[in-house]
Write a protein that binds this ligand. Structure first.
Ligand code: KIV
Length: 268
């Protein structure tokens, strides 16, 4: 059994101030929640990637608030000490701040400690509205899968001076609005490093290079269960491990000591 004290927002801020990297993984059920918690994963993200990983969909847009509440509840039941983040799914927060609050309340009542929402610009107002009402928020910029059609596919974001400046401006607005964490997905490593230096909150990278304040991976990718060829930045931690718990512990160690992600396998 894990002897760790519960990971709180305060503890995450202490870790960030001390330069300790945050190890986050996606998680969708009670059994994995227990295994990941005991292996020392700091944050369990109940990601809407469950649309692809569990439901076999091609993207995240078919996932509903009911699906997210169900899986958040499952994760909360198996978890003891990790910080649980619930993804607000497509269509559950874009309409108004009030809609976002109602949806966030559903996830918090299901056991989430924090909610995550995608996008920059218009989202800052929604983030402030939720934070003012006592709901910690994680923002998500870069490749935001709920907007994949508008972004022209699964491609690197923030390339070029104009796009990079806009992403940095959005990140600062979100932190000013009270976002306590920011996921940066599929952006050039140099830009992720700049955002990490500029913001006072942990930047959690996925395909964003090694200099972020933490890393997140989709659990099934870490376990080598990606159908076909995984993205370049993914590492299969099951390779050379004696079991799932061992693979997850190796991921946590590699994030904490900065040996994951590989500095040569990031986007430019
Ligand atoms: O839904 C998800 O799993 C995510 C991560 C890939 C960051 O948003």
């Amino acid at each position: 059994m894990s002897e760790r004290k519960p990971v709180t927002l305060h503890r995450l801020r202490e870790m960030h101030a001390a330069g300790e990297k945050v190890a986050m993984l996606t998680c969708y059920d009670a059994t994995f929640a227990r295994v990941l918690d005991e292996a020392g994963v700091d944050c369990l993200l109940v990601g809407d990637s469950l649309g692809m990983v569990l439901q076999g969909e091609r993207g995240t847009t078919p996932v509903t608030l009911e699906h997210m509440a169900y899986h958040t509840r499952c994760v909360a039941q198996g978890n003891r000490t990790a910080w649980v983040i619930g993804d607000l799914p497509f269509g559950s927060y874009q309409e108004s701040r009030e809609q976002a609050l109602r949806s966030a309340a559903v996830l918090v009542q299901a056991g989430a400690h924090m909610v995550k929402l995608e996008g920059g610009g218009w989202t800052a107002d929604t983030v402030r509205f939720l934070v003012d009402r006592g709901i910690p928020v994680c923002a998500h910029l870069g490749l935001t899968p709920q907007s994949v059609h508008a972004l022209g596919g699964w491609r690197v974001q923030g390339r070029g001076d104009v796009a990079a400046a806009q992403l940095l401006a959005h990140a600062k607005e979100l932190a000013d609005a009270g976002a306590a964490m920011l996921v940066l997905e599929l952006v050039p490593a140099a830009l992720a490093a700049e955002v990490t230096r500029a913001l006072p909150v942990p930047i959690i990278g996925i395909g964003a290079g090694p200099q972020c304040g933490g890393q997140v991976l989709v659990l099934h990718d870490l376990l080598g269960l990606h159908p076909g060829k995984p993205p370049r930045f993914v590492r299969d931690f099951s390779d050379g491990s004696t079991g799932i718990a061992h693979a997850v512990r190796r991921y946590v160690d590699a994030v904490k000591n900065g040996t994951f992600p590989d500095p040569h396998l990031h986007c430019h």
